[in-house]
Design a protein around this ligand. Sequence first.
Ligand SMILES: Cc1ncc(COP(=O)(O)O)c(C=O)c1O
Length: 328
Amino acid sequence: MPEHGGNLSAAARRWGIPPDAWLDLSTGINPWPWPLPPLPPEAVHRLPDEDDGLAEAACRCYGARHALPVSGSQAAITWLPRLRPACRVGVIGPTYAEHAHHWRLAGHAVLTLSPDAVEAALPDLDVLVLVRPNNPDGRVIPRDTVLAWWQALRARDGWLIVDEAFMDATPQHALAPLAHEPGLIVFRSLGKFFGLPGLRLGFVLAERPLLQKMAESLGPWSVSGPGRYWGEQALRDTHWQSRTREKLQQGRVRLGELLTRNGIVPVGYSSLFQYVVMDDAAAVAEALAALGILVRHFPATSGLRFGLPGEAPSWRRLARALSIIGGD
Ligand SMILES: Cc1ncc(COP(=O)(O)O)c(C=O)c1O
């Protein structure tokens, strides 16, 4: 099973620091989440109404024509590979490990590719998966390149799957508005930008017949009443969304500057994290953990991903820890 950030219980056991004493920067989740209004009791006292306005709110927010709500984009990552007979799949990596894992589990032949290797591999692929912006390095493959790959796959009934879980802060780059066309499938998430990972809400954007197939395989009520109620309101709150884009942009720049001042120079970022590669990444992650700060270590790339600290005390705590481990 792939590993994930945010595993505070394991960190607490390993370091003997209680879960609530940690500064958790190990995930790329907005530390200033969309504020949840009170929940009407009907949201849990009745079965979820799949004809509420949730899919329409998602279409409007993402500029898409069709949207299927799912219980987190993870549900789509898990289920979509089961909707195709065994085939050849390229995953552009390193990236969120769940993609390759589930295509393999469903019996497909999976190749992990660097972006530079896609061109040569494409004639032999039926499906290409990419995360844009990528997790953990924030890379955004240029739109024209991605569109050319899509056209090549589409011409032979292939799929291009674009995971846009981290796209909400930069909607100008999104491919969501094209996802009603054959062969393009886009995933979105309420877990990152909206800061609601526990709500377990995400969307698949694709042409209608594929969404119908997916809905059938997921069965009824796959998103909870609270998820539907809060999700719809969050997606319609355009005022909060534009303020949050600005706030995240400022936070991301500030984090990059803080790390750089301490000799930890990012090689990539998204609106929700900074990514560094350094020889002593493991030692830095350990030293921060000993001070109760959890970051995500990627041993395969010698990388570290830092999420955004939220309020002033968290920024001060990180600044202090970085100066301690830097020896200042
Ligand atoms: C790139 C990417 N896609 C999808 C997911 C799944 O998110 P969720 O199921 O909360 O929508 C994650 C979670 O970390 C992720 O990093």
